[in-house]
Design a protein. Structure first.
Length: 85
């Protein structure tokens, strides 16, 4: 019987930083997180938001923070549901 080479499973892309292998995905996440925090910190004016019936005046940074947290929660929920399949 001929012997076939066994395929290695695909491994994530990494980059060596200070002697440690760091996944490119982690670096991308850190860059996006830093940009999001910078964007939130730079927007401190108050905004008026209409929530169905009431109208609320809040600092824009708080609205952006809540939006970011809700987006992360939804992303984690979808990732968890996909992983269960």
């Amino acid at each position: 019987m001929p012997q076939y080479a066994t395929k290695k499973p695909h491994e994530p892309s990494t980059l060596t930083v200070r002697g440690r292998d760091v996944r490119l995905r982690t670096i991308g996440f850190l860059v996006l997180a830093a940009l999001a925090i910078w964007f939130i910190a730079a927007n401190t004016n108050s905004v008026t938001i209409r929530l169905w019936i009431p109208t609320v005046t809040l600092p824009l940074w708080s609205v952006l923070t809540v939006t970011l947290v809700v987006g992360i929660a939804l992303g984690l929920l979808l990732a968890h549901r996909r992983a269960r399949r």
